[in-house]
Design a protein. Structure first.
Lengths: 273, 305, 85
């Protein structure tokens, strides 16, 4: 096998491709013919922001020339804006994000809410989730941690979300409504790691408003609210007014997730009696 | 002592007139950091919370009469590479890149250039670095009064792929009486300027630091690299790890990215299970809950003496 | 997206403007300018309140700074207190 590292600061030169191929033991005209193919592949990878560029298999014809029988390329999403001309050439529509699966209605709706308002960022996914506990959680690392904490304690999340960047009340409300509108979701857990930019009171208003607009009792519907940090005193006042169980940083993310799971399980036991 | 930052550390903010940058500048100044200048092309002569704004990094260094120690870069993704190049070429040795969604090729170029100039990059897609009660470089911990609540001086070095979790973990340590020597939000992208293993030698050389806590996620080779580093270097520092995103190991989640751009399971090596096994094989316990971290750290520290 | 629920206004915040300034065109313009979440608008030289934005109020007090003391009141409906100068 031949392996080589390339500088990103300069155009990949032919000689590096030649070196890598020579490591495989190839020589003679095979080496000289294969070299430009690898060099061009490396340049294509760099010039078009690929995360993967692969020719497999590469075949040699009777006359000694090489042909690619198949190839696989993956372009990084972050580079799509600057690679628009190539994507247009290939007929890839700007809205086609080439996800590994078809986005669900929930995912499409959350995306629409997010792009309609520039304040803050919300993301929602439900592919692979089918539980009964709605999650209104954030931010990046916090969402991963909390989803694990719910599952490890026997909870079944209905979805995954990320709240960040200080969303508006209407955005937080829109997200919570989408989660609450999912089939089988009776309660939501509103949880984040300590926030410094996103405001506790704004998220509290958003999720409570979502309940009220859906004619649900916030105190019943919100299993737990655990978002410590910026404007928490103000947020806690709002939560108190609506009888929502909340906690500050002295209650760990794990414990908060556990309380939410326990509530939904109690309810089910009661319901089945 | 501490790593990366110190009492006299000076830095600038590139993109200082942006909304987020204005907040970040305020927070850093309130915390006592020495923000000595800002750059936004075309805005020379303005001030942001008393910090003078210039068109170029060169102008800042001319006005100051010295090269600032660091720069926080918070400019849109399309302009980040140029801003980082500018800082590095003008002699800045520590560049914290806050910007998200920078194409990987650009990051690879920045990291390579930094290497050639003997500079260090933290990020991209990070909240920066904090040395409790000494200096805060970036949005880490938020407003000064909030940062003071979560971060206290002490002996634990914190490194995290999540900016928010850097604060959550430090706050948990603080509540248990364990202060931090330096906390670093290393960034959530697939390619970052400084990985755990690349930062370990700094903590290793720092007298104040007696133990390390890391926050990790699925995706990438960073944890494997750390395991190798620990095995090869006979580190004096006990490490405790927390792994988030275990749920991503399930088959339906393959190829989906959660949390951060770099958090994606593409192959077996990327999974939480595989990473936990590797870390534990290197003697790094991996806890399941954030609130288990302080005890695990105390265990490790106790075992050492 | 189908409309699946009602939309409520002023659940958490109410803003009141004194009659003495309600017709001050200059002040109306100023209030519309300072409020970061567009709760104030100018309506034919009058101060108008955009009710659908009320709950977005971030309690920044910029409207209080912009108006004569006591003429603008921001009420927090969830605890009965108000911001006033
Ligand atoms: S307090 Fe701020 S957000 Fe609220 S109405 Fe006044 S200006 Fe607008």
């Amino acid at each position: 096998m031949g392996r080589g590292h390339l500088s990103n600061l300069v155009e990949p030169p032919d000689f590096r491709a030649k070196e890598v191929i020579s490591h495989t033991g190839l020589t003679g005209s095979e080496l000289t013919r294969a070299t430009p193919i690898l060099a061009r592949l490396a340049r294509l990878m760099r010039d078009y922001d690929m995360t993967l560029a692969e020719i497999n298999p590469l075949a040699r014809l009777a006359d000694g020339s090489f042909v690619a029988l198949d190839a696989h390329m993956e372009m990084e999403n972050e580079a799509r804006p600057r690679q628009r001309p190539l994507l247009d050439d290939l007929g890839v529509d700007p809205t086609d994000m080439r996800e590994p699966y078809e986005p669900s209605a929930f995912e499409r709706n959350v995306k629409a809410i997010d792009s309609a308002d520039h304040r803050g960022v919300i993301q929602g996914k439900d592919h692979g989730f089918s539980g009964n506990l709605g999650l209104v959680i954030g931010a990046g690392g916090g969402s991963l941690t909390l989803t694990d904490a719910v599952r490890s304690q026997g909870g079944r999340p209905a979805n995954y979300t990320e709240i960040g960047g200080n969303p508006s009340v209407s955005k937080a409300c829109g997200l919570a409504k989408e989660v609450l509108s999912k089939d089988g979701v009776e309660k939501i857990a509103v949880m984040m790691s300590i926030v410094s930019n996103t405001r506790v009171d704004i998220v509290a208003r958003g999720v409570i408003k979502a309940c009220l607009e859906l004619d649900k009792d916030p105190g019943e519907t919100i299993a737990i609210f655990r978002i410590p940090g910026a404007w928490e005193e103000e947020g806690f006042k709002i939560l108190e007014r609506y009888g929502v169980e909340y906690c500050d940083r002295s209650v760990s993310m794990w414990e908060a997730a556990g309380r939410a799971v326990a509530k939904i399980q109690e309810e089910q036991v009661a319901g089945s009696r | 002592m501490s790593v990366l930052l110190s009492e006299d550390f000076t830095f600038i903010v590139q993109g200082i007139t942006g909304r987020e940058a204005v907040n970040l500048t305020r927070e850093c100044l309130d915390y006592g950091s020495k923000v000595v200048g800002g750059v936004t092309p075309g805005r020379k002569g303005r001030e942001v919370h008393g910090v003078p704004v210039f068109d170029t990094v060169e102008q800042v260094t001319e006005a100051l009469g010295y090269v600032p120690d660091g720069s926080v870069v918070t400019v849109p993704p399309a302009f980040t590479k140029d801003a980082v190049f500018e800082a590095i070429v003008r002699g800045v040795k520590l560049v914290v890149i806050v910007t998200e969604r920078i194409p990987r090729r650009d990051v690879a170029e920045m990291v390579e250039l930094a290497d050639r100039y003997g500079a260090r990059i933290i990020g991209p897609n990070c909240l920066g670095v904090i040395v409790p009660e000494v200096c805060k470089m970036g949005g880490i911990g938020g407003p000064a009064k909030d940062a003071a609540k979560a971060y206290t001086p002490g002996a634990i070095g914190v490194m995290s792929r999540s900016g928010g979790m850097t604060t959550e973990i430090s706050s948990t340590l603080t509540a248990a009486g364990l202060g931090q020597s330096t906390a670093i939000s290393i960034g959530g992208d697939a390619i970052i300027g400084s990985t755990y293993a690349e930062l370990m030698p700094l903590f290793e050389a720092d007298e104040q630091t007696e133990g390390i806590v890391i926050y990790t996620e699925p995706g990438g080779r960073m944890e494997a690299q750390l395991s190798e580093w620990v095995k090869e270097n006979d580190s004096r520092l006990p490490i405790v790890a927390f792994m988030a995103g275990r749920f991503m190991d399930s088959e339906e989640m393959k190829g989906m990215s959660f949390g951060h751009a770099g958090t994606i399971v593409e192959g077996k090596e990327d999974t939480a299970t595989e990473k936990i096994a590797r870390l534990e094989a290197a003697g790094i316990p991996v806890v399941e809950r954030i609130d288990e971290i302080p005890d695990a750290v105390k265990d490790k520290l106790g075992a050492k003496v | 997206m189908e409309a699946r629920s009602k939309e409520l206004e002023a659940v958490f915040i109410e803003v009141e403007v004194d009659a003495s300034i309600a017709t001050d065109a200059e002040l109306a313009r100023k209030l519309a300018e300072v409020c970061p979440v567009d709760i104030f608008a100018t309506d034919d030289g009058h101060v108008a309140i955009v009710r659908s934005n009320l709950d977005e109020c971030v309690l920044c007090e910029l409207c209080l700074d912009a108006a004569p003391d006591g003429t603008v009141r921001v009420k927090k409906l969830y605890d009965g207190t108000e911001l006033v100068r």
